[in-house]
Design a protein around this ligand. Structure first.
Ligand code: CP
Length: 301
């Protein structure tokens, strides 16, 4: 059976560490055309800049060819074709499918239909496992370890799929989580129960200023406007946190600010020049991590 990457829980701790090791090797040697005979389908039913383009860059650097679409309006989905039939067709054409879709569970469903491995590039508010692997790679590069870190996760913990995957992956490494959000955007109960069952320490707060001095990592997130059913609720919380340069003056020397991006107002541009800012390097790391993920899944065939 081919391997998929739908949830970060599809990879064991050892497999996560294997991906990080492979990513470091690809970063050393970025051009390794080992999949010249492979075709990768990049199918995005939702907007993306980093995930799509870094996957396509990764595929190109591995010598694979890329097919796909960035908007289903130009596909037969617009004529009423189901996701099931769409995936059935694409898995006849490609050796690997990278899919982003607004519906939670859509990537798992696609993997049950596809003849070839499926990578979840984000399914609604559920999971974004490849983002998490590049987040872990970024944490490791900046801290020299993944173990015993204090990680503040800030913003939209309810709808932020990168948050959900990150909490599960970091739980292998004995973290302390400082969960910082307004009550409306608190971490859903199922993820809190996951942390409790794993014995992971966490605290919840609404106060960003309080968590900064104790953090090794501050993981900022955007309030996910596209997931709100009530626009008034979005307006109430959209600018709830905005990290600026004066707020991080007392932080630990090793502290790094991550953000899956895109940002809106949650990190002021005066932070960009700080030695604590790492979010653009983090996005760059996505190429090497996605080269590693593609390699692992294509070699599982
Ligand atoms: N981090 C992330 O998923 O960015 P994009 O939406 O631009 O792919």
């Amino acid at each position: 059976m081919s391997k998929n990457l739908i949830s970060i829980q599809d990879f064991s701790k050892d497999e996560i560490l294997e991906i990080l090791k492979m990513a470091a090797e690809f970063e050393e040697n970025t051009c390794q055309p080992i999949f010249k005979d492979k075709v990768i389908a990049s199918i995005f039913f939702e907007p993306s800049t980093r995930t799509r383009l870094s996957f396509e860059t990764a595929a190109n650097r591995l010598g694979a060819r890329v097919i796909g679409f960035t908007d289903s309006i130009n596909t037969s989905v617009a004529k009423g074709e189901t996701l099931k039939d769409t995936i059935k067709m694409i898995s006849n054409y490609a050796d690997l499918i990278v899919m982003r879709h607004p519906l939670e569970g859509s990537a798992r469903y696609a993997s049950e239909i596809s003849k070839v491995p499926v990578i979840n590039a984000g399914d609604g508010a559920n999971q974004h496992p490849t983002q998490t692997l590049l987040d872990l790679y970024s944490v490791y590069k900046t801290q020299g370890t993944l173990e015993n870190l204090s990680i503040s996760v800030v913003g939209d913990l309810k709808y932020g799929r990168t948050v959900h995957s990150l909490l599960q992956a970091m739980s292998h490494f004995n973290p302390v989580f400082l969960l910082t959000s307004p009550a409306e955007l608190a971490l859903p109960r199922e993820y809190k129960e996951y942390l409790i069952n794993k014995g992971i320490r966490f605290m919840e707060t609404t106060n960003l200023t309080d968590v900064i001095p104790n953090s090794d990592i501050i993981y900022m997130t955007r309030v996910q406007r596209e997931r709100f059913t009530d626009p008034i609720e979005y307006e109430r919380v959209k600018n709830i946190y905005s990290l600026n340069a004066s707020m991080i003056k007392g932080s630990k020397p090793n502290m790094k600010i991550l953000h899956p991006l895109p940002r809106v107002n949650e990190i002021a541009i005066d932070v960009d020049e700080s030695s604590h800012a790492y979010y653009f390097e983090q996005a760059h790391n996505g190429i090497y991590v996605r080269m590693a993920i593609i390699t692992k899944l294509l070699k599982s065939l």
